[in-house]
Write a protein of this length. Structure first.
Ligand code: TPP
Ligand code: MG
Lengths: 169, 584
């Protein structure tokens, strides 16, 4: 059975760290669904959010292997109930005078935003969990999706605790 | 703190000296030239000039495996660095503490496809414990100290440091000790007391336990502790290919090696056991065979310093993350406390095991082509050399026979390429071992195939006065591959003939080759000459020795569990499986 997990990694911002993480997934045969990297509230520390899908393999094996990477500081699994995860998507949809209003209606319904309009297309920005983004795409599909770009999911735990607590000695 | 103005190159040499490194194996080139200059003046570092960088890598491994200290090798950028790759991968698989030092093109030229540029950090990422690229001189002491710490702490392994040429040339204020900045590196060496307690309970409840001992016990220098534990429990012991010597072969509780070419008692004991007390072993496929049918009735205690090994292949009922030595000592104390109320009773188990040992001792049948039996030659080398000698093997039949027919009594006496299976390991590894332990007798037991991959290091041995002994087990073929062709490919011998035997064109002639390298070289074809040749080799210490033992090519390694098959199907000899009484 394939299950998806959202992993958050705090890593030292050293050259090659992304390669190390990505290569480890490839080498051990773990499937990356999405990956997002950025800096954090701590200087020199980056955060990688990986959505990994596992075929029967225990998640523990993945986190243990990742922990062996010297530049990885901390790994947590962000579970659905106790965290929020967001995807960010930019879509260019074909429109004309007859379809534009329908598209704009969908934009309002999904609380998305139009960020560019020309006579035969609109560019829409939407943020949300994976399910919402996918549902939105389904609605747009009949109009014609000319171009689609998505960020990997980013995720954070609910509540006041921060992942970086006690990470650096 | 007092400082001193040094170049990066001087700082590298100084850092190695201060870390206690006494030997480096290497070969210079453009990008590492700045470092070779101060190296010439070092009073504490002996540099041994190899003939191929792979030899430097394996020599560093042999040095480390024989002594427990870090092995260091140096190469230039590009091809020098890529020539180290095989040895680095080998060290990674077998958890050998090693520093690989490479030169790199100037930092401003990196990424331009400059002359002899290769992304060696990228190339070796999957086969190192960690790697560094250094582009500034002032980073050198900290990086070298960090690399040393990573290579030696927790599960040992190779660490590569790539030094840009301008980092070697730059000047800065050197001070020692540097700050080691490794916030993400926290190996766990002390186990959870609760887990140790649970392990002891499981052991005392078991009826058919076995100590399944891997190379981790040797790396952790825990042989004495293992002996104490085994004797306290009176439990049987099996030592994997990487752990030969971790427990004395002469000990009555030793069942021998497990796995594909393991003894019938060891293979069977694992299969029938109800508790595997796994110490620094990793359930390698060459040990377990088909994993689903491996030791099906056994619970598992798994002790390893690398948490990722635990549960990787086989579920552990009691996982214990920690240094083998620390864990075993704690386990002994815990067992002693618990044994006040519950004594282990393995009486019936031993009746069964002793029956196996009696019926299925290791043996071999003589060759029928009039040539020497390879097993006999190897056994005699072991017997005449004694327990303090070091034996480094290549990969193939001769390696398995050396693991089986030499009796190991102490750790760090058996050196081989277990995980990667690297042909060409033996000669350079023996060289490194002899440098680390000059007072011990060091043999390379090599195949005629393997020997042709790295024999150029005999030049290094002769010139640097490193008198190793090489026994070529010459079956004129890539014997192990040939054995598989005999067994699984209808005796169709596709490309396994080497033409090095006495009834072939003999290219090369190993005696002439050995002589060309300045060695004492002899050929042995008759059984009555075997002992004399070995003794001559042992007495000759003014140069390396090469003995070309002409052996039968049809000899095979037995017992054998064919690859991917259940260990229940162990064959004692061709088409001969052990016979079980009743249910057993
Ligand atoms: C570098 C490398 N290439 C190929 C192999 C595959 N291989 C394993 S054993 C073997 C035969 C080795 O021949 P030899 O050194 O003569 O040893 P023998 O088995 O005859 O004792 C080969 C080719 C290997 N292990 N390593
Ligand atoms: Mg051979």
């Amino acid at each position: 059975m394939t299950t998806q997990h959202v992993l958050s990694l705090l890593v030292e911002n050293k050259p090659g760290i992304l390669t190390r993480v990505a290569a480890l997934f490839a080498r051990r045969g773990y499937n990356i669904e999405s990956l997002a990297v950025g800096t954090t509230e701590i200087d020199g520390v980056s955060r990688i959010t990986v959505v990994v899908s596992l075929d029967g393999l225990p998640l523990e094996q993945v986190t243990k292997q990742l922990n062996k990477l010297i530049n990885v500081l901390k790994i947590v699994e962000l579970e659905e109930e106790t965290s929020v995860a967001r995807d960010h998507m930019l879509v260019k949809v074909r429109t004309d005078s007859s379809t534009r209003s329908q598209v704009l209606e969908a934009v309002t319904l999904f609380r998305a935003r139009v960020i560019d309009v020309v006579s035969d297309a609109v560019v829409i920005e939407v943020t949300g969990d994976t399910a919402k983004c996918q549902a939105f795409l389904k609605v747009l599909e009949p109009f014609g999706i000319k171009e689609l770009v998505q960020s990997g999911a980013i995720a954070i735990s609910r509540g006041s605790k921060s992942m970086s607590e006690k990470v650096l000695r | 703190m007092a400082t001193e103005t040094l170049t990066g190159a001087q700082a590298l040499i100084r850092s190695l000296e201060l870390l206690g490194v006494d030997t480096v194996f290497g070969l210079p080139g453009g990008a590492i030239l700045p470092t070779y200059d101060p190296l010439m003046d070092s009073k504490k570092l002996r540099h041994i000039l190899v003939r191929h960088e792979q030899g430097a890598g394996h020599a560093a491994e042999g040095y480390a495996a024989a002594s427990g200290r870090v092995g260091v090798c140096i190469a230039t950028s590009g091809p020098g660095a890529t020539n180290l790759v095989t040895a680095i991968a080998d060290a990674h698989m077998d958890s050998v503490p090693m520093l690989a030092i490479t030169g790199q093109v100037n930092s401003f030229a990196i990424g331009t496809d400059a002359f002899q540029e290769a992304d060696i950090v990228g190339i070796t990422m999957p086969i190192t414990k960690h790697s560094f690229l250094v582009t500034r001189a002032e980073d050198i002491p900290g990086v070298v100290a960090a690399a040393y710490e990573i290579a030696t702490t927790g599960r040992p392994g190779p660490v590569l440091i790539d030094f840009a040429k301008d980092a070697q040339n730059g000047k800065f204020e050197f001070s020692w000790p540097p700050k080691i900045d490794l916030p993400g590196f926290k190996p766990i060496t002390d186990p959870h007391g609760k887990q140790v307690q649970a392990a002891a309970e499981l052991i005392l409840k078991s009826h058919k336990p076995i100590l399944y001992v891997g190379g981790g016990v040797i790396r952790a220098e825990a042989s004495n502790e293992l002996l104490a534990l085994a004797e306290l429990l009176h439990a049987p012991v099996t030592t994997t290919l990487m752990a030969r010597g971790a427990f004395p072969d002469s000990h009555p509780q030793h069942l021998g090696m497990p796995g594909m070419h393991g003894t019938v008692p060891a293979v069977t004991a694992l299969q029938k056991s109800d508790l595997l007390i796994t110490l620094g072993a990793r359930f390698d496929d060459r040990v377990t065979g088909d994993i689903k049918s491996f030791a099906k009735g056994a619970k598992v205690i798994h002790v390893d310093v690398d948490p990722a090994e635990i549960g990787k292949i086989r579920h552990a009922d009691v996982p214990i993350v920690g240094d083998a030595k620390v864990v075993i000592l704690m386990l002994i104390a815990e067992l002693k406390a618990q044994m006040k109320s519950a004594k282990p009773d393995y009486e019936d188990w031993w009746v069964f095991l002793n029956g196996l040992k009696e019926r299925y001792p290791l043996g071999y049948s003589e060759t029928d082509d009039g040539k020497l039996s390879p097993q006999y030659v190897i056994q005699r080398i072991g017997e005449l050399s004694g327990p303090e000698a070091i034996f480094a093997a290549g990969v193939g039949q001769h390696q398995m026979w050396s693991a089986q027919f030499i009796k190991y009594e102490r750790p760090n006496s058996w050196l081989n390429s277990g995980g990667l299976g690297t042909m060409g390991y033996a000669v350079p590894a023996a060289m490194g071992a002899k440098v680390a332990q000059p007072d011990r007798l060091v043999w390379a037991i090599d195949g005629d195939g393997c020997f042709q991959m790295t024999n150029q290091e005999l030049a290094t041995c002769t010139i640097n006065n490193i008198p190793i002994k090489v026994a070529i087990i010459n079956n004129s073929s890539l014997g192990m591959v040939r054995q598989w062709q005999t067994l699984f490919y209808n005796s169709r011998y596709s490309n396994t003939d080497l033409n090095t035997g006495t009834d072939t064109i003999m290219v090369p002639d190993f005696v002439k080759l050995g002589e060309a390298y300045g060695c004492l070289a002899i050929r042995v074809e008759k059984i009555e000459d075997v002992d004399a040749a070995i003794k001559l080799a042992m007495e000759t210490n003014d140069r390396p020795v090469v003995i070309d033992f002409i052996v039968g090519r049809d000899a095979m390694v037995w017992p054998m569990v064919p690859s991917g098959i259940s260990n229940d199907a162990v064959q004692y000899a061709r088409d001969a499986a052990p016979i079980w009484d009743g249910d057993e």
